[in-house]
Ligand binder design. Structure first.
Ligand code: CA2
Length: 146
């Protein structure tokens, strides 16, 4: 039976493709969702793709993943750098693996993006490959949940 993977996206990612194409590229979040669903079909994974601008909603979805998902690919957006609540939620759903995903290479950007509050709680981190970061995370989740 196909495993379900939650792909969760945090604040402002709904603006992808509409602003700042120099940093994040021209694809919209809907384009990335379609690519994740296609890659998931190849990998035998069912993709549940969501976005919220609200920290508590992201916490709720992580909790939901504990019952419904084999793993989570998580682009927490700017909450990556600030959120103890998301760190705690990722720990709370252990051993469900969560992979931190970023489109940009956060380490090559402003210093405030170098610190991730969630990195100590996740299984691994993928950043800097543009929208392909999501596909790499799905491949990793396929491998580690086998
Ligand atoms: O590189 C990533 O994927 C980030 O998670 C994106 C976040 C940023 O705060 C992280 O440091 C790195 C920002 C997403 C906001 O996306 C926008 C898209 C278009 C226009 C403005 C923001």
């Amino acid at each position: 039976m196909s495993k379900t993977i939650f792909v969760l996206n945090g604040p402002n990612l709904n603006m992808l493709g509409k602003r700042e194409p120099g940093i994040y590229g021209g694809k919209t979040l809907a384009d990335i969702e379609a690519e994740c669903i296609a890659a998931g079909a190849e990998l035998g994974l069912t993709i549940d793709f969501r976005q919220s601008n609200h920290e508590g909603t992201l916490v709720d979805w992580l909790h939901e993943a504990a019952d419904k998902a084999a793993g989570v690919a998580f682009n927490a957006g700017a909450y990556t750098h600030t959120s103890v609540a998301l760190h705690d939620a990722i720990r709370a759903i252990s051993p469900i693996p969560v992979i931190e995903v970023h489109i940009s290479n956060v380490h090559a950007r402003e210093e405030f993006r170098h610190k991730s509050m969630i990195a100590p709680a996740v299984k691994g981190v993928i950043c800097g490959f543009g929208p392909h970061s999501y596909i790499l995370a799905l491949q990793a989740l396929k491998t580690i949940t086998q």
